[in-house]
Design a protein around this ligand. Structure first.
Ligand code: ZN
Length: 314
């Protein structure tokens, strides 16, 4: 494959209260708020990006927080679980840390030979910590609330809930370059990405579950990494050749994106690694100011007045 997908670029989800979202993902999970901007398609809502020190692809979880949004309903046709990798020997730390902050978790449970903690974020999104040997070398945020030896090392993977998974599985393996790892019961694991960036994508077939209704606590989409604009154009053609509707290339300021819906209903994006989050802010102050793309700067005063204030917890 000339332009392989390199793993997960980012995962984007929906939330309600932005302050509650910031508190949970920075103070409790120890991620860095690397960008405070707005939804480019609906700029009266924040777009919050969390990640490692620089928001490296593979570490980025983003949210559109709609104040007072009703909770979504979990179901098929969506990503039901977002999993982070943490060092293999950190379960003791995380058990105490989550308990101290009143986060009710299940685990450790065993799955595909790994130990997992599972809990809900404040809006009901299912989050996992996967205790993973060998992830210590991956990047993380050392300036946050979690000691560096236990800090989150980007994504371990995601779980897709699909009513009938044959077409999705075929797309992943035959078109997108995923490899089949293992099937256990209703769950099949696929892998994508090389070396330390490799992530697991679990497909769970749920033929009797009703469709998801997306709102706060729902994962909106997942973006896969591509190294270059040339690669992105090649993927756009490949997706169209497989009879899936794919958008034009959209400028997301920090990366460029195309979007398409896979046959099981999950929204996929292919995003470029560059230019990244330091394009409009130096590394040491990432996330500290509301950043707007050039085409929204004229509306700054109005947007700042409309958006609820956010305080970064100490
Ligand atoms: Zn996205």
């Amino acid at each position: 494959m000339k332009h392989p997908l390199l793993g997960i670029h980012h995962v984007t989800a929906l939330a309600s209260d932005p302050q509650q979202n910031v508190n949970f993902y920075t103070k409790i999970l120890g991620l860095r708020l690397v960008k405070k901007t707005v939804n480019f398609d609906a700029p009266d809502v924040y777009h919050l990006y969390y990640g490692d020190e620089t928001g490296r692809p593979g570490t980025i979880l983003t949210f559109f927080p709609f104040l007072n949004a009703a909770p979504g309903k979990r179901g098929v046709g969506e990503i039901g679980v977002v999993s982070f990798a943490v060092p293999g020997d950190s379960a003791g730390f995380w058990a105490e840390h989550l308990s101290k902050h009143g986060v009710d978790f299940d685990g450790p449970t065993r799955r595909f030979d790994e130990e997992v903690f599972s809990f809900l974020d404040p809006d009901g999104m299912r989050v996992e910590l996967v205790f993973t040997e060998g992830v210590e070398a991956r990047s993380y945020w050392s300036g946050g609330s979690i000691p560096r030896e236990y800090a989150i090392r980007g994504f371990a993977g995601v779980t897709l809930w699909i009513a009938h998974s044959e077409s999705t599985a075929r797309l992943l393996v035959e078109v997108m370059g995923f490899s089949l790892v293992e099937t256990r019961g209703p769950k099949t694991r696929y892998g994508i990405g090389a070396g330390p960036d490799r992530v697991a994508v679990d497909l769970i077939t749920e033929p009797t579950m009703s469709s998801a209704r997306q709102s706060a606590g729902s994962v909106h989409h997942i973006a896969w990494r591509v190294a270059s604009d040339e690669g992105q154009h090649a993927w756009r053609q490949t997706i169209a050749d497989n009879n899936l509707h794919v958008t034009d290339v959209l400028d997301r300021n920090y990366f460029r994106s195309i979007y398409f819906r896979e046959p099981g209903g999950v929204l996929f994006e292919v995003a470029t690694d560059h230019p990244g989050f330091t394009i409009d802010e130096p590394v040491d102050v990432l996330g500290s100011h509301l950043k707007l793309p050039p085409w929204l700067e004229a509306d700054r005063t109005e947007l700042e007045r409309a958006l609820p204030p956010i305080v970064l917890p100490r």
